[in-house]
Design a protein around this ligand. Structure first.
Ligand code: GCO
Length: 459
């Protein structure tokens, strides 16, 4: 691998093309015990979706429905990680990270979401976890990253309390199998996406367009989280247990937009944070309450050992349709680059809630990366990561208990309804050959983590 000489190890780094690179001392605030990681999700990388007894998931069905996913892409190959995982673990070792966050595909370990367990699917995760530990990389798993077994969808999916019960059973089983080797287990990834993009806008699987259902799905996801945590603890699972939420700070374009911005924030962030940490839903005009049965709110409010937060951009609210200033530009997803929102979000949460330790479980950008002469000079991504890590260090300096950061993503992968058109990886993937090419950001991330650890150690 021949990479740009972006040296975070040097105290006065030289930056090509006018990019200013972080002096490691500015990140020292993150500390010596800070966890540096990368993240992926099963459906986005594994492929092999009909191999070794894996059942159909709602994303397989969604991809097979014409017009739902760009270019008609699907998850049948993805990054072929199901077969190439040893190479991917070797890449992570080369990256020098402390931790890897992946997700377990429910239909791979239990094809129908109830009944028989699939030993071959379980063996895959078993081997992966052991290989990570052998490589000195902490495994962190997400139990639900959107790939519901289709058989459960056919019985009502997340609108049904049967699915809630099934999820707790699945979670308990995974806890019993893997819990003693895991560094954390998270129930859900971004329940907002499951509820709203999956059931209200129809952009994601299962593609419903039903606002009332989406509100109830959101509640049921929280219930399933609470029930799963109870079951895991009752089963004696000792690793840290939590949930991962996508969140944003909020900005009103004009003072008159503030109430609308507050409502948008309630629908996006407080919708989950209030029940999880305060045991109630937000009470404000325009916020639709789900139907909660007796005991639901107490069940949802289980103690959290950690909270995972995914941050990509801010919520910008303008009733006049003004676009955000986007002074730092936009990513290839069209999302405004707004690093200070990460600091603002975290400091605000710290004021509003009794927070458990925080991990940033995803942060990163899509970029129109190209391989030129065997190299990918994704300097835009280096700048994005640098600025967000700096914002994180500032939040930590302001007293937020931040334990780690996971870059999204280890490698380019299936970006949901965008198919393979959007690249988020530190490693470039050529989908025709499955060739992996570490990008400049890979090298930068490795050096920055290393230099920060050393800097913190010497501080
Ligand atoms: C997410 C995701 C990832 C996406 C990433 C970029 O939205 O949770 O966990 O699956 O790929 O966020 O959109």
């Amino acid at each position: 691998m021949s990479m740009l000489d972006i040296s975070a190890a040097a105290h006065v780094p030289t930056a090509p093309s006018g990019l200013s690179l972080p002096a490691p001392e500015t990140l020292q605030q993150l500390g010596q015990r800070f966890t540096w990681g990368v993240a992926t999700a099963a459906f986005q990388i594994e492929g092999a979706n009909q191999t070794d007894g894996r059942g159909e998931s709602i994303w397989d069905r969604f991809c097979a429905t014409p017009g739902k996913v760009r270019n008609g892409d699907d998850g049948s190959q993805a990054c072929d990680h199901y077969r190439r995982w040893p190479q991917d673990v070797a890449l992570m070792r080369q990256l020098g990270i402390d931790a890897y966050r992946f997700s377990i595909a429910w239909p791979r370990v239990q094809a129908l979401g109830h009944g028989a367990w699939n030993d071959k699917g379980i063996a895959f995760y078993d081997r992966l976890i052991d290989a990570l530990l052998d490589a000195g990389i902490q495994p962190h798993a997400t139990l639900y990253h959107w790939d519901l077994p289709q058989a459960l969808q056919d019985e009502g999916g997340w609108l049904s309390r049967v699915t809630v019960q099934r999820f707790a059973e699945y979670a308990e089983r995974m806890g019993r199998l893997f819990g003693d080797r895991m560094h954390s287990l998270a129930t859900h990834n971004e329940p907002w996406c499951t509820a709203v993009l999956g059931h209200e806008t129809g952009q994601f699987a299962p593609g419903w367009r039903d606002q009332v259902a989406a509100v109830q799905v959101s509640h049921n996801l929280l219930l399933s989280h609470g029930l799963a945590l109870q079951a895991l603890r009752a089963a004696g699972v000792k690793c840290p247990l939590g949930i991962v939420l996508n969140q944003s700070s909020r900005s009103a374009a004009k003072p008159k937009d503030q109430p609308a911005a507050d409502l948008a924030y309630a629908k996006f962030v407080r919708r989950f944070m209030d029940p999880l940490l305060l045991g109630r839903y937000p009470q404000l005009d325009g916020f639709v309450q789900p139907t909660a049965l007796e005991g639901d709110m107490a069940l949802i409010r289980q103690p959290l050992d950690f909270l995972g937060i995914n941050y990509y951009t801010r919520l910008w609210v303008s009733q006049d349709g003004l676009p955000p200033p986007a002074e730092l530009g936009r990513t290839d997803m069209g999302w405004e680059i707004y690093p200070d929102g990460l600091r603002e979000l975290l400091v605000g949460l710290q004021r509003e809630y009794p927070l458990p330790p925080i991990y940033i479980m995803e942060n990163g950008m899509a970029n129109a990366d190209q391989v030129v002469d065997g190299q990918v000079q994704d300097l835009e991504r280096v700048d994005y990561l640098r600025r967000h890590l700096q914002a994180l260090a500032e939040a930590k300096a302001e007293g937020v208990d931040i334990r780690g950061y996971f870059a999204w993503s280890l490698m380019d992968n299936f970006e949901w309804d965008s198919g393979y058109a959007k690249r988020f990886g530190l490693v470039h993937v050529d989908y025709a050959t499955q060739q992996r090419t570490p990008k400049a950001s890979f090298d930068w991330y490795r050096r920055t983590a290393q230099a920060t650890r050393q800097g913190a150690a010497n501080a």
